[in-house]
Design a protein around this ligand. Structure first.
Ligand code: AMP
Length: 116
């Protein structure tokens, strides 16, 4: 399902340019427009899922696919051996700004804990 007012659906449809580093029938990965680390990539499903809070049982395979693509991005971008962080923000307290499920791949520097 494509939502015409969803920026990530529009990227998936090719209507808005993005710095794509992976694309397949289910998943895209592209560089974040405002990177918070030397490596900052977003991994998204083509399917419009507003949030991790709205993932259905039928999406379990897709969720696994998002994680394996994120792992492969970390390897391809050269941060896997040093380590990296995968983040899913959910809702307002979680800091979610774009209502299309996405997984942040952050790497290339040490990450603090607890997160801000
Ligand atoms: P979140 O706060 O988890 O919803 O993260 C949304 C992310 O999307 C932020 O890191 C933004 O910088 C990023 N973002 C928003 N618009 C674009 C875009 N057109 N291309 C790439 N990244 C974007």
């Amino acid at each position: 399902m494509t939502e015409s007012d969803c920026i990530f659906c529009r990227i998936a449809a090719g209507d808005i340019p993005a710095d794509l580093i992976h694309e397949d029938d289910q998943v895209l990965a592209f560089r974040d427009i405002a990177p918070q680390a030397p490596l900052h990539v977003l991994v998204i499903p083509r399917k419009h899922i507003p949030s991790v809070a709205s993932v259905d049982d039928e999406d379990q395979g897709l969720m696994g696919r998002l994680v394996t693509v994120a792992r492969d991005v970390a390897v391809a971008e050269g941060v896997a051996s040093a380590g990296y962080r995968l983040v899913i923000n959910a809702g307002s307290d979680g800091g979610q700004a774009v209502d299309h499920l996405h997984l942040h791949v952050l790497g290339g520097r040490g990450m603090g804990w607890p997160p801000g």
